[in-house]
Write a protein that binds this ligand. Structure first.
Ligand code: NDP
Length: 261
């Protein structure tokens, strides 16, 4: 199936690691022009070098929670792309592990700000560029926690549910011009989990053992964590003209860990 990305422009926030980086790589392989951002300039530069995108790649340092930086990113993309953006992938972020008892008011405010404004600020800044494209789309990267909350990730789960609600509203408000969809992730072996593996208590555990035990503990029917390119493929499909009649949808990429019908 031709996803129709050749010659199109895509923006991936948090494109310097994990799922965002895998998404940028697949988009480049499909012939798209890709702009990525991240906060850490060194990580961003290393990602750009590994992508080898030539003039089809723009790597711009930007914190998606700082409005001026997001506007600067959009301006740089507009100049580089000629003014139109076909796909915005709102991916930047991370989860917070905490129960209600150990989540302070400041933690709540920070987490709600991260989850909502990592969507809201890029949406505002890139909407005029999306409006200039022929068949634009937005894909929000979200978590299964939105519909299947976990008590040990209480504020992340609640914030994820709110983001899912927001994306559903936007699918109506932005129609028929811009399609808005989301992916709901289970556990994907990316930077976040690598950091947790590196901080493990039992230093004797190998990477394979640690990830295997994690998959078993979480009861993942497919028996393993996802690989970053697996959600990336789902993102590419939902964001492509091949999904032209799909909006307001969410696609679970979780190895079957969802218990919902
Ligand atoms: P990674 O840590 O591997 O990548 C996160 C990316 O986001 C990095 O490029 C990071 O770069 C960037 N980022 C983080 N915060 C900001 C910010 N404020 N502004 C700009 N860039 C930022 O994680 P994943 O690939 O796993 O995560 C991708 C998305 O998927 C996240 O939103 C995450 O919450 C979500 N997710 C992941 C799951 C998983 O199991 N992996 C499960 C459910 C959801 P830098 O730090 O340099 O800014």
């Amino acid at each position: 199936m031709d996803l129709g990305y050749s010659g199109r422009t895509a923006v991936v926030t948090g494109g310097s690691s994990g799922i965002g980086l895998a998404t940028a790589r697949l988009l480049l392989a499909e012939g798209a022009r890709v702009a990525i951002c991240g906060r850490d300039a060194g990580r961003l530069q290393a990602a750009a070098a590994s992508l080898e995108g030539g003039d089809r790649l723009l790597a711009h340092r930007c914190d998606v929670l700082v409005r001026e930086e997001v506007e600067g990113f959009a301006a740089a993309v507009a100049e580089w792309s000629g003014g139109a953006v076909d796909l915005l992938v709102n991916n930047a972020g991370q989860g917070r592990v905490s129960t209600f008892a150990d989540t302070t008011d400041a933690d709540w405010a920070e987490e709600l700000r991260l989850k909502f404004f990592s969507q809201v600020l890029p949406l505002r800044a890139f909407r005029p560029l999306l409006d200039r494209a022929e068949s634009p789309a937005i894909v929000g990267v979200n978590s299964l926690l939105a519909i299947q909350p976990e008590p040990h990730m209480v504020c992340t789960s609640a914030a994820r549910a709110g983001v899912q609600n927001l994306l559903k509203s936007l699918a109506t408000e932005f129609a028929p011009r811009i399609r808005v969809n989301s992916v709901l992730l289970g556990l994907v072996d990316s930077g976040q989990w690598q950091r947790r593996f590196e901080a493990r208590d039992d230093r004797a555990q190998t990477r394979e053992q640690w990830f295997g035990a994690l998959a078993a503990k979480k009861g993942i029917p497919l028996g393993r964590l996802g690989r970053p390119e697996e959600p990336a493929r789902a993102i590419l499909f939902l964001g492509s003209p091949a999904a032209g009649y799909i909006t307001g949808a969410s696609l679970e990429v979780s190895g079957g860990v969802s218990r919902h019908i």
